[in-house]
Design a binder for this molecule. Structure first.
Ligand code: RB5
Length: 146
């Protein structure tokens, strides 16, 4: 799969670790930055990840800031994006199975690199279950369209 990745200054080190991990799993990473530790504004990168996923340029996205909150809020403003902050694998798995999340977010100041790898691996391997969950996800998307 093509995975869009974006991060702010607080998450550069973790982004690079996760980027290498995702590539080692056979995926292609579209790195949307930042690639600097200079203080920057996370909405820029949340929007970039969201637009890459919504346009189909990427299949899924991974967004990392200090907490995962700001960058996910920004990504979620792009129509068609369902970004979920996940700090452990169970929520990450269910965000795919039930919510059809297309952007995974987490915080570089919250999770360590080994836990982040487990979260990412679980999330990438999980598939949306559809059926009753499809109706509920559609209800969410209908709110966006109303
Ligand atoms: C940056 O200091 C921090 O606010 C940002 O990384 C993120 O945690 C925002 O939600």
């Amino acid at each position: 799969m093509k995975i869009a990745m974006g991060n702010d200054h607080s998450a550069l080190e973790l982004k690079n670790i996760i980027k290498e991990f995702v590539e080692s799993k056979g995926h292609e990473v579209i790195d949307l930055g930042t690639n600097s530790t200079e203080s920057c504004d996370y909405p820029i990168y949340g929007e970039k990840v969201g637009r890459a996923v919504a346009s189909g340029e990427a299949d899924l996205g991974i967004a990392i800031c200090g907490t995962g909150l700001g960058i996910s809020l920004a990504a979620n403003k792009v129509k068609g994006v369902r970004a979920c902050v996940c700090s452990e694998p169970y929520t990450a798995k269910l965000s795919r199975l039930h919510n059809n999340a297309n952007v995974l977010a987490f915080g570089a100041r919250v999770v360590g690199s080994e836990l982040a790898k487990m979260i990412v691996e679980t999330w990438l391997d999980a598939q949306f279950e559809g059926e009753r969950h499809a109706r509920r996800v559609q209800m969410i998307m209908d709110i966006e369209n109303s």
